[in-house]
Design a protein around this ligand. Structure first.
Ligand code: NOJ
Length: 765
């Protein structure tokens, strides 16, 4: 047996304790045992080995960023054997992770296992709707179940750690990564953040099937100027503290194991070098005990920002700021040791970083069995199972939003004689998989065309024509997207089948690689000749059901004018076609609500419902012909489809709003009657907003503070109650103190941000 094994065994014998976590007492014992094991191991480590734990390499099998400068495999393998590497990303599969793990565990002096991370964003093999779609379910269980299954698949394939959830508030549709977010609202995003973290991590990180989650990108990434990826973020402390940080705090409170910082400059200090947010707030105020990984190369990019003079300086700035692990910059690898030896960095900071990294490795159980995740039998058994696909289908139907339904064209009877399914996106088995698709098999989704056929018997004729051309042949995650040249040659056939069919189902929207990292757009209208074809189809058949497939809000007022029925399906995942067909034929009554506002025109972006009133608000008495108020002369202020909006096949009525300030000071009980006034059973989402009418820092005209989903039979009524407390009424001041001010508040309840009944109350806290 090699020398390192004896030290490794001593560590194990001294500190290995198995707990099954049944009570909080057990949990505390387990935590303190882990802390003791971490301290003992740290005491054995040399400076080089400690620096090694802060280094993360990508494998060269799959890159998710610019290729590393020194990506020499032989050199890198030797670094792992020497104990100079703490983690890797993009190492795939049970076999691959096992062989990489062997390099570390069986060769390095202390045998410290590597941690393997990967972007499991909305599925590993079985794809769920993109995160923006999941958020449209307004259903935390959809998020939790999806990430739990993703964790099972990823853990069965050797992974310990996902770089998800992304909890950046995104309110600019031009920003490509809006698809990876839960949208524009801090409260909804916080609910989703917690559910995603719980799903990935379960109750116990050491469970065979749980993986560490990572709240990213800390912080402000969703606010890049003009929606252009990697751009500067310059926002007020008010926006930072009250809009950007709350979902991160929710993730931290939910026990997320890691954070990832961000590429962007944040108010003059790049996030990766930002001690205020990483040390003062995250690790200080919030008591976060996990570790912070940099984003890909973001420590090295401190030079590009003009913040660090050279790489050595970047290493010092990032370590001082609390960035614990360096993803692919090679800055810690080459400069941290020297900085400590020269006294430029206090070794205690490095010890803290290493302690945090080791702690997560212990929590994952990697010291008890570094190979427990590398199990090829489980990998075969647990991926793409019937149950996983069924869960994906359920998530997709719950994420679908009905945006328009004139003359009750939907749900469609299965007795229909003929349907024309039109659109390249409707035939695609790849687009619904979305961007950030981990190990999804190419072309493995159920297309919309297939879903429609699966739902119907032989008596209905279903014809397909791609019509327009949008997708360019060789598109991948890595390349700039080119759109196909459309010569209109597909129009004729599409118009022909539309003309002779009873109903047209037409898919339009975006290719999946139009959104995601590096995929910002200056124009968020439909690309190519999709709209032109839709107009032509409408001339021959007015029964058009438009199915949108997209990763961002789109500016589509013309589509709204033309199509009597519109369904938003996002990029819905592996079972997309079946799920959309479930909604079209009424097997599922749609319940999704928009997590982002859809504008009329791109120029309205960033657009969000929780805006400030301004000193020049909408004039009373409809004096719209007067010019001096905050508006556009060529577009509305409002959204085409507002935040929280989504129809059902049934209808609901709200009545008798009651707002009672209870005995308990500062507690407000809100209740409202809800009646299903339509003919079908259905689910409604009751949303509660508040407005602080006058405050020492001006507040939004409305702010979501709670919501509930209720299922009612046709004709059924119920009364729904909410209890709000002081934490719903306050805000952070510029010193990051949470304050609550007495005064008048407007309480608003309804089924979207623009359809609310309200009452004003005086509250004393
Ligand atoms: C860069 C992205 O910003 C981040 O979200 C991702 O996790 C890393 N690359 C790793 O792929």
């Amino acid at each position: 047996m090699k020398k390192h094994f004896s030290i490794y065994s001593i560590i194990l014998i001294l500190f290995m304790t198995s707990f099954s976590c049944q009570s909080s007492g057990d949990q505390e014992k387990k935590e303190s045992s882990i802390d003791a094991r971490v301290d003992s191991l740290l005491a054995l480590m040399t400076l080089e080995e400690k620096v090694g734990q802060t280094v993360m390499y990508t494998s060269t099998w799959e890159l998710t960023g610019p290729a590393p400068a020194n990506g020499n495999n032989a050199y890198r393998a030797q670094q792992i054997r020497n104990g100079r590497v703490g983690g890797m990303l993009n190492v795939i599969g049970a076999k691959g992770t096992r062989s990489a793990q062997q390099l570390a565990v069986e060769n390095s002096r202390l045998g410290i296992p590597l941690i393997f991370g990967y972007d499991v964003i909305h599925g590993y093999k079985t794809m769920f709707p993109i995160p923006l779609g999941q958020a449209a379910s307004w259903n935390a269980e959809v998020a939790r179940i999806g990430s739990e299954i993703s964790a099972i698949e990823a853990a069965s394939s050797g992974l310990h750690w996902t770089f998800a959830p992304m909890v950046d508030i995104c309110r600019d549709g031009r920003f490509g990564r809006i698809m990876e977010s839960a949208g524009e609202d801090p409260f909804l995003t916080s609910v989703m953040a917690k559910a995603w973290v719980n799903g990935y991590q379960g109750d116990d990180l050491s469970d065979q099937y749980s993986i560490a989650a990572c709240a990213k990108h800390f912080a402000g990434y969703g606010f890049v100027e003009a929606g252009r990826d990697y751009n500067t973020v310059d926002i007020s402390p008010n926006t930072l503290y009250n809009t950007v940080l709350p979902p991160f705090k929710a993730a931290s409170d939910a026990g997320v194991a890691t954070f990832m910082n961000a590429f962007n400059d944040l108010n003059g200090v790049p996030a990766t070098g930002n001690a205020h947010i990483q040390r003062d707030i995250l690790k200080g105020e919030w008591g976060f005990e996990g570790f912070v990984v940099s984003d890909w190369g973001s420590i090295g990019e401190l030079l590009n920002h003009g913040f660090a003079e050279d790489s050595a300086h970047a290493a010092q700035l990032a370590m001082r700021a609390g960035s614990d692990m360096d993803m692919e910059s090679e800055v810690y690898e080459y400069h941290l040791q020297k900085a400590i030896e020269e006294g430029k960095i206090n070794e205690k900071l490095l010890d803290d970083a290493v302690r945090r990294i080791l702690k997560v490795k212990f929590q994952l159980g990697l010291f008890d069995d570094p190979y427990k995740y590398c199990n090829e039998v489980l990998e075969k058994k647990n991926l793409l199972t019937v149950e996983n696909l069924e869960a994906s289908r359920d998530a997709a139907r719950k994420s679908t939003v009905l945006l328009k339904n004139e003359k009750n064209l939907l749900p469609l009877s299965k007795d229909v004689n003929s349907i024309a399914v039109i659109g390249e996106l409707a035939g695609s088995k790849d687009v619904p998989l979305g961007n950030w698709r981990a190990q999804a098999n190419k072309n493995s989704a159920v297309s919309l065309y297939e879903g429609i056929k699966n739902a119907l018997g032989d008596r209905t004729s279903v014809e397909f024509a791609a019509g327009y051309q949008l997708i360019e042949g060789n598109r991948t995650f890595f390349d700039t997207l080119n759109f196909a040249e459309d010569d209109g040659s597909g129009f004729k056939e599409a118009i022909r089948i539309a003309k002779r069919s009873e109903v047209v189902i037409m898919a339009i929207g975006e290719d999946c690689f139009q959104s995601g990292e590096g995929r910002s757009q200056a124009d968020i209208t439909l690309k190519g000749r999709q709209l032109e074809l839709l107009e032509k189809i409408a001339q021959v058949n007015s029964n058009i059901i438009v199915v949108l497939m997209n990763g961002r809000p789109l500016a589509i007022p013309e589509v709204h004018q033309i199509a009597p029925a519109i369904l938003e399906s996002w990029h819905a995942g592996s079972e997309a076609g079946n799920a959309i067909a479930d909604v079209i034929f009424g097997e599922y009554n749609p319940s999704g609500k928009l997590p982002v506002s859809f504008p009329y025109v791109t120029g309205q972006e960033p657009l969000h419902y929780d805006r400030k009133s301004t000193g020049r608000m909408v004039p009373e008495n409809d004096q719209y012909d007067m010019v001096f108020w905050s508006h556009y002369e060529d577009a509305p202020n409002e959204a085409l489809y507002p935040f929280g909006f989504g129809l059902s096949y049934t209808s609901f009525e709200f009545n008798n709003l009651e707002v009672i300030a209870s005995e308990n000071p500062g507690k407000i009980t809100v209740s409202v009657g809800l009646k299903n006034t339509g003919d079908l059973e259905g689910t409604e989402t009751i949303q509660v907003y508040i407005r602080d009418i006058a405050a020492s820092i001006t507040q939004p005209i409305k702010k979501l503070v709670d919501f509930k989903q209720i299922r009612l039979l046709s004709g059924q009524e119920d009364r729904i109650s909410f209890t709000l407390d002081s934490s719903d009424f306050g805000f952070y001041n510029p010193q990051y103190q949470y304050i609550v001010e007495d005064g008048k508040f407007e309480i608003m309840v309804g089924n979207h941000s623009n359809n609310l009944i309200s009452q004003t109350v005086e509250v004393k806290f």
